[in-house]
Each structure stands twice: as structure tokens, then as C-alpha cells.
Design a binder for this molecule. Structure first.
Ligand code: GDP
Ligand code: MG
Length: 166
């Protein structure tokens, strides 16, 4: 199997860390400074079962200037012309305006969307359960997969889930 997977979400949720973990190399710059990823970066994951091109996108946010506009545009372009969209969130317990905007965009596309709850290494079990319930209620996501991109927890499982949509 093969296909294209884009990684989208608000700045700083761990998109680049996930991409680097999946391909096992430091391709995208990871940083706690938002907007470190300015362009969409591609990397290929290959194993016995599949070949997947991952697209790491700039975080989606309200653009404040021309560079911001360009970054948001390349992120939203990543919703289309791919086989799967990974929508990455972190431990935040509320769906803020930034996330609301993205979720409504995702609702309108035909591409299957997998919700990735990242940073599970710093989420209590009960909070994780509540988060999954909250996002499930949106009715937008085909699957909800908690991971820790930094620790590499559940990332293999995520790859398996992705394969079902290629
Ligand atoms: P991006 O803006 O979405 O690409 O986010 P980055 O990948 O650059 O990561 C932003 C910050 O979150 C960095 O300081 C990462 O080390 C941290 N981070 C990413 N994944 C995890 C995770 O699974 N657990 C924890 N605790 N921190 C993480
Ligand atoms: Mg990034």
C-alpha cells in the first residue's frame, strides 16, 4: 500500500516531532517556538507493508502578516489531494477558536481524518478519556489515536491505523 498523509494542527502540538519519529530522522525542525515550520516538508516512511509520504505543515493559525498567510495557505492546501489527514492536538481540554476553525474546515472535506492526541506522556488517564469523548462527539474523525511523538509511544499503532485508509 502507498499514499499521502498530511499532518495538520495548531502550532506547537508536536506535528514535526511526529513526522521525525515516523521517518526516524530529524527532517523537520522541532521547537517550542511556534511557526518554526514555514513550508510543507515531505518525508517518506517505508516498511514491508507500506510506503507513505508524510507532509508536515506549518501550524494553522490566524495569519498576522504575509508570511503567516502563506503558511496558513500551504497548511489548508494539505487537506486536499491526500489520502489521509492527521489532525494533531495536545492535552488542551477545550476546543479553542483556532481548533474550532480547523475542525469546521475538516468537516467539509471528503478525505478521512484521523485525530491524533499527542503528548499522552503528560496526560492523566481520566483526562485522556474525557478528551477522546469530547472529540468523538464532534463526529468528524474516523479514528482517535493517542500517542507520544516525543517518546515514540503508540506511533507504530498509528501507522497501522493509517494503512487501513490507503
Ligand atoms: P509543531 O509546531 O506542531 O511542529 O510542534 P513541534 O514538533 O515543533 O513540538 C513542539 C514542542 O512540543 C516541542 O518542545 C516538542 O519537544 C514538544 N513535544 C512534541 N511531542 C511531544 C510529546 O509527545 N510529549 C511531550 N511531552 N512533548 C512533546
Ligand atoms: Mg512544526
Amino acid at each position: 500500500k502507498s499514499g499521502f498523509v498530511s499532518i495538520v494542527g495548531r502550532p506547537n502540538v508536536g506535528k514535526s516531532t511526529l513526522m521525525n519519529n515516523v521517518v526516524g530522522e530529524k527532517i523537520a525542525i522541532m521547537s517550542d517556538k511556534p511557526q518554526t515550520t514555514r513550508n510543507t516538508i515531505q518525508a517518506v516512511h517505508t516498511d514491508e507493508e507500506c510506503q507513505v509520504v508524510f507532509l508536515d505543515t506549518p501550524g494553522i493559525h490566524k495569519p498576522k502578516n504575509k508570511l503567516g498567510e502563506f503558511m496558513v495557505k500551504s497548511a489548508t492546501d494539505a487537506f486536499k489531494n491526500v489520502d489521509v489527514v492527521l489532525y494533531v492536538v495536545d492535552e488542551s481540554k477545550k476546543i479553542g477558536p483556532g481548533d474550532r476553525m480547523i475542525i469546521e474546515d475538516l468537516r467539509s472535506i471528503k478525505t478521512p481524518v484521523i485525530l491524533v492526541i499527542n503528548k499522552m506522556d503528560q496526560i492523566e488517564e481520566q483526562d485522556l478519556f474525557d478528551l477522546m469523548k469530547m472529540y468523538h462527539a464532534e463526529g468528524v474523525f474516523k479514528e482517535i489515536v493517542p500517542i507520544s511523538a516525543l517518546k515514540g509511544r503508540n506511533v507504530k499503532q498509528l501507522l497501522k491505523v493509517i494503512q487501513n485508509y490507503l
